[in-house]
Design a protein around this ligand. Structure first.
Ligand SMILES: [Zn+2]
Length: 251
């Protein structure tokens, strides 16, 4: 259930009568994702993860409200592509910390972070934010899929690091917002096996420097909605498990 679609009294009643209530924050970006995916790809993916995780949590007796997504984030690797709107890490972190402060003041039991924007500056910012939210006394669940063990639960393309607007992300958007995928464009795209994560490690500062002049890596032509559903299930389960763990409800 989306918090912003409820009247305030429904949220009040949930907080009073149905503790614990967790808030799920979808973290995305407004960022170029190849010639075939929309700029809000990461918003779509993070909202899809949050929605599925909320259903899992609700089924297990934990109230889960999905917050309006964050659609702006550090995205300097894609800044040269039209439509990408990159903001500073300090700005993004300040917004998240203020949201967490407000949640804590209202009596939310936990914040769960659903992130699918794996720009290194964004991930570093989220790790810092998670630490600082914990320090302010609000339990935080943040399954970080850039950690090796977490990444290993996802697809071969994701693990290879050729994971921006390729088979992995295109499959996820096909699962939830197929009308926003330009199928004519994506089926003509040649595979681009350049590893973004290796390029990051070697100091590349833009997608073009990393070998992605069209802002995609991987194999968009191979994407399927079924693969997207499978990836969504894995990411949603990880978020639900992390929230339950954070709330001391075991796994
Ligand atoms: Zn993305």
């Amino acid at each position: 259930m989306k918090l912003a679609e409820l009247p305030w009294i429904a949220v009040r009643d949930a907080l009073v009568y149905r503790k614990p209530v967790t808030a799920l924050l979808p973290c995305g970006a407004t960022e170029a994702h190849g010639p075939h995916l929309p700029l809000n790809t990461d918003v779509i993916i993070s909202e899809g993860v949050a929605r599925r995780a909320a259903a899992l949590l609700e089924a297990g007796g934990i109230r889960a409200l999905i917050l309006p997504p964050l659609a702006y984030a550090p995205a300097e690797y894609a800044a040269e592509f039209a439509g990408t709107l990159s903001i500073g890490a300090a700005t993004a972190k300040a917004v998240i910390l203020d949201i967490a402060r407000a949640l804590k003041a209202q009596g939310f039991a936990c914040i769960g972070i659903a992130n699918s924007h794996f720009d290194p500056a964004n991930v570093a910012m989220l790790r810092e934010a998670a630490d600082e939210i914990g320090a302010m006394g609000l339990p935080v669940a943040f399954p970080d899929f850039t950690r090796r063990a977490m990444a290993a639960t996802l697809t071969a393309e994701f693990i290879s690091g050729a994971c921006h607007a390729g088979q992995f992300e295109t499959s996820l958007v096909l699962a939830d917002e197929p009308s926003l995928v330009n199928d004519a464009a994506r089926t003509l795209l040649a595979d681009n096996p350049a590893s973004l994560t290796e390029a990051f490690a070697q100091g590349a500062k833009t997608f073009a420097e990393a070998g992605g002049p069209q802002a995609y890596f991987g194999a968009p032509a191979a994407a399927t909605a079924a693969e997207g559903e499978a990836s969504f299930a894995i990411m949603a389960e990880a978020l639900a498990v992390s929230v339950r763990h954070t709330l001391g409800r075991g796994i």
